[in-house]
Design a protein around this ligand. Structure first.
Ligand code: GLA
Length: 396
């Protein structure tokens, strides 16, 4: 699929051949051998935010931006990893058992290795070079893309026989143990299993997904990157997760997924209002996903849009994971007749808003958003026109 070229939206290549070449060349140069090469995409999420770790529903899709990773066995008794976007390289022993304090991408790499060894699979030292075209910090799950790319590459290289499902659970575990974020399964799932022109209606309890066709040329998906990432994000994320499991436990169910709104309302007096509102958000968001799937099946993007706006309102006022930058961008969308829906996307506290925009009005919408954002925060946003793409795969 080809990206529509618009004036205001930055358009990224489908699968950046130049990037593949660059990663391959760097690998050859650094290690004098030819590697196995993997592509793993980032993701968007149409709706269903903070529902995955409550064993509820989500509706994500893989995108055409991602990570290209080259990997081969090492002749040395240790592993070396190079991130070409930031020109950083580091070496580590295969049996590294602890994350680097304040570490970044290195922890995703070592976390995956740690989890593979934990599963009693045998691997040997390896070298890896990777680069990507996912805008950093935009909330498009570059970390899940990296974890999936690595586990996929190692599975191939050492013939580990892991299924895709085992691989994503391993990627998620790496994030828990080495990155310290108790994330759900949505990002890793979407990145691994994504399909072009579809969204994945995933039940995060059973891990069964239904593929929902998602393509309508009249409307496009535009991401507005606020370029902010407030630093409470990780601790606030884990906090929300604990709040949710606390409510579930107190009401005697395995997860919030098992409650309906009426039962929660009947038990309202057991909780402080702030906690009650957070739990209520999750139940309502879960219902919104179910309604969004119906809307998509009916090609009813107006209803889908309304659900997106409702989702944002809940994330802003009930779940409290938005921020003033994201709220302003969604307000700009609300004021426009050309945008049936928009919301913040991902964990929150920064990153992107997802906007469903009339294709012929993309430029004027982005222009207005840029102006208003600049006027209020004296900062620039970047806009991306995304389409859905295919999940983690080998590149030959
Ligand atoms: C992050 C996590 C996901 C999910 C979203 C919020 O992206 O990694 O598991 O919880 O936040 O929906």
């Amino acid at each position: 699929m080809v990206f529509l070229c618009t004036f205001e939206a930055l358009v990224l290549p489908i699968m950046d051949q130049l990037l593949v070449q660059k990663v391959r060349d760097q690998f050859q140069e650094q290690f004098q051998t030819s590697p196995v090469v993997v592509f793993s995409p980032g993701r968007i999420n149409l709706i269903g935010e903070h529902t995955d770790y409550n064993e509820g529903y989500v509706l994500p899709a893989a995108i055409d931006m991602g990570i290209v990773l080259a990997i081969q066995k090492s002749k040395e008794p240790y592993c070396t990893a190079t991130a070409i976007n930031i020109s950083e390289s580091f070496s580590f022993p295969l049996d590294q058992r602890t994350p680097i304090p304040e570490g970044g991408w290195q922890n995703y790499i070592m976390g995956v290795v740690y989890e593979i060894l934990n599963k009693d699979r045998t691997i040997a030292p390896f070298n890896v070079v990777f680069g990507g075209n996912i805008p950093p910090g935009a909330g498009l799950s570059s970390s899940a893309a990296l974890e999936n790319a690595l586990v996929f590459g190692l599975n191939e290289l050492f013939q580990l026989g892991l299924s895709k499902m085992e691989m994503i659970l391993l990627s998620q575990a790496a994030e828990h143990t080495f990155a310290g974020v108790q994330c759900g399964i949505m990002d890793q799932y979407a990145s691994m299993f994504g399909k072009q022109n579809t969204a994945l209606f995933l039940d995060c309890r059973t891990l069964q997904a239904e593929v929902i066709p998602f393509r309508n040329d009249e409307f496009s998906l535009i991401l507005l990157d606020s370029k902010v990432k407030h630093n409470l994000a990780d601790s606030a994320y884990n906090d929300r997760r604990n709040t949710c499991s606390g409510v579930a436990q107190q009401l005697g169910v395995p997860a919030l997924r098992d409650l309906d709104v009426q039962t929660l309302l009947d038990n309202r007096q057991k909780f402080e209002n702030d906690i009650f509102q957070k739990a209520l958000f999750v139940l309502e968001e879960n219902n919104r996903v179910l309604n969004a799937v119906i809307a998509l099946r009916n090609n009813d993007l107006k209803t889908l849009g309304t659900l997106l706006f409702e989702s944002h309102a809940g994330l802003q006022h009930q779940y409290k994971v938005s921020c003033e930058e994201l709220d302003l961008l969604v307000d700009v969308a609300r004021k426009s007749d050309d945008v049936p829906g928009a919301r913040m996307m991902g964990g929150g506290f920064g990153g992107c808003t997802l906007n469903l925009v009339k294709t012929e009005k993309i430029d004027s919408f982005i222009h207005t958003a840029k102006e208003e954002y600049k006027a209020r925060f004296n900062k620039a946003i970047t806009a991306y026109h995304v389409t859905t793409g295919t999940g983690t795969r080998l590149i030959t």
